[in-house]
Design a protein around this ligand. Structure first.
Ligand code: PEP
Ligand code: MG
Length: 538
């Protein structure tokens, strides 16, 4: 038995035989051609044929995995129309090289460029560049399109899988996949999730021929890939798998159903996300909208502030993916545990009680204004709601509203189209809950952040594992603050949701409905579980 660890990009268990997927080696030589003009013509024809293939793949994917995922082939077509890419390849041909070599050079150069970018999403695009280059090269060499063929259901094990290979997998024949390379943000991973296939990337395994046909287990819960499992391990995995399948089957039936109790009370169930790709999981889970987009993730893991245009592109992408469903985007909550060097924040004794979130935004308005401009521009593309974190006073909300008006005027004077957005606040400090009657008159909605509300109400540091025992998430004080907030929201005629982890606590679902909570925003993987809990209520 051999056990390998990897990064799980889709939970679940697959048990079956290894299908070793190795791409046929394409020989690329730097041979020169005599007629560069004719070679360039050949290259452009190959690009046209590649685009025609991509149109067909788009249609196939539309049937099999839906529009969101088919969109990758449109992206590939766009990449094939990129002037820099085409000119790089054409330039190599003009210097006398053959078209295959030229495309290979351009592909390598652009893939390296993407792979070196700070942004995780952009890094994921390196695979797409390689994919389109391989497509053109295969056409130039007159090789057939590569497909994975197998009669029995198998576990695909590969160095890497391009998005076009992944999308062509016949779901009935594939149990899961394991790749040596790949990132959690790659389209391969995204598609795997949409297909519900257990998948691991970054598995450090040598792809030797003996692997082919061996029994294996892909455990997407533990991030394990086991080849030739011992009897005992195998039976443990079988038990886990059966449980997983049963759970999935039960939950699948809830898709398309309303979040309604037997006596007819309904509630919205939305999803929490941290990046653009998470919106796919939200759609897949049949979430009614996005209740919390933690926009600070756009600021993390990079060296400089995300520009207005970069942010606009991300917000627009989420709004478009949600196709008119409500998307609540929270302005950045940097500070406390979310530290970013380029903000130049000073070390603090008590960061959770310190300079964070809206406190930074109201102090360093240029950061806030950039984000608000991006948000209002994106609002044109869907149903946007903007939410502000860590509020403690009415003054803060009035100042925010003043800045919002300034931003709208600035956009108008710059001639940039802007849309409309609901404005809401997070109720995540005891102060905000206690004055929620006054705050409710200022905004369109509340969303209760129970993670911080618990920490500040119980004086329990949410990062301190030692305090887990006394961190009572059902504490009477916390529940009273929630109830008070809901009552005050409704008296002022605004809606109120819960976006902290407590929203997914099904022991409280009945109580949330009883006190009149309008919306629960939970992890995408919890949407159907909570729907099930609602529907089981009398
Ligand atoms: C919360 O505090 O409950 C919340 C949703 O925000 P975060 O967990 O990002 O602090
Ligand atoms: Mg919070």
């Amino acid at each position: 038995m051999y056990k390998y660890v990897g990064k799980s990009v889709m939970r679940g268990i697959a048990i079956g035989r290894v299908y070793l997927y190795k791409k046929s080696d394409i020989q690329v030589t730097d041979q020169k051609v005599t007629d560069a003009a004719a070679e360039k013509e050949r290259f452009l024809e190959a690009v046209d044929r590649a685009k025609a293939q991509l149109t067909r793949l788009y249609d196939e994917a539309l049937q099999n995995v839906g529009e969101d995922h088919a969109a990758i082939f449109d992206v590939h077509k766009m990449l094939l129309e990129d002037e820099d890419y085409l000119e790089t390849a054409a330039g190599e041909i003009e210097s006398g090289y053959n078209a295959v070599y030229a495309v290979n050079q351009a592909g390598t150069q652009f893939a390296e460029l993407f792979a070196s970018m700070d942004d995780e999403y952009m890094r994921g695009r390196a695979a797409d560049i390689r994919d389109i280059s391989q497509r053109v090269i295969r056409i130039l060499l007159d090789l057939p399109e590569e497909e994975i063929n197998s009669d029995e259901p198998v576990v695909i094990v590969a160095e890497d899988l391009t998005p076009s290979e992944t999308v062509k997998l016949d779901k009935k024949k594939i149990l899961g996949f394991v790749t040596v390379k790949g990132s959690a943000n790659s389209h391969t991973a995204i598609l795997a999730r949409s297909m519900n296939l257990p998948a691991l990337v970054n598995v450090d395994i040598e792809l030797s021929d003996e692997l082919h046909g061996k029994t294996c287990v892909v455990d997407g819960f533990e991030g394990e890939f086991v080849v030739e499992p011992e009897e005992e391990i195998l039976s443990q995995k079988v038990v886990r798998k059966n449980q997983w399948v049963a759970d999935l089957e039960a939950l699948e039936k809830l898709k398309g159903q309303d979040n309604i109790t037997k006596s007819g009370k309904r509630i919205d169930i939305f999803a929490n996300i941290g990046n653009v790709e998470d919106a796919d999981a939200a759609c897949e889970a049949d979430a009614g909208g996005i209740g919390l987009f933690r926009s600070e993730f756009l600021y993390l893991g990079r060296e400089t502030f995300p520009s207005e245009d970069e942010q606009y592109a991300s917000y627009k992408a989420v709004l478009e993916k949600m196709e008119g469903k409500k998307v609540v985007i929270r302005t950045m909550d940097i500070g406390a545990d979310k530290k970013v060097d380029y903000f130049g924040l000073e070390p603090e004794e008590n960061p959770a009680l310190g300079y964070r979130a809206i406190r930074i935004c109201l102090d360093r308005e240029e950061i806030f204004i950039t984000q608000l401009k991006a948000l209002y521009r994106a609002a044109v593309h869907g149903k946007l709601a903007i939410m502000f974190p860590m509020i403690v006073s009415v003054d803060e909300v009035q100042r925010i509203k003043y800045i919002v008006e300034m931003v709208k005027e600035e956009l108008a004077s710059e001639g940039k189209p802007a849309g409309e957005a609901e404005l809401g606040i997070m109720i995540e400090t005891p102060a905000a809950a206690v004055i929620s009657d006054r705050l409710a008159k200022e905004v369109d909605f509340f969303s209760i952040g129970t993670n911080d509300l618990t920490q500040y109400t119980l004086a329990v540091d949410r990062q301190n594992q030692k305090l887990e025992g006394i961190c009572d998430t059902h504490h009477e004080a916390l529940l009273r603050l929630i109830e008070m907030t809901v009552k005050n929201a409704h008296e002022a005629g605004i809606w109120v949701g819960i976006c902290g982890e407590l929203g997914a606590d099904t022991e409280l679902t009945e109580w949330f409905l009883k006190i009149g909570v309008d919306e629960l925003s939970v992890a995408a993987s919890a949407v159907l579980k909570v729907r099930g809990a609602v529907r089981a209520l009398p």
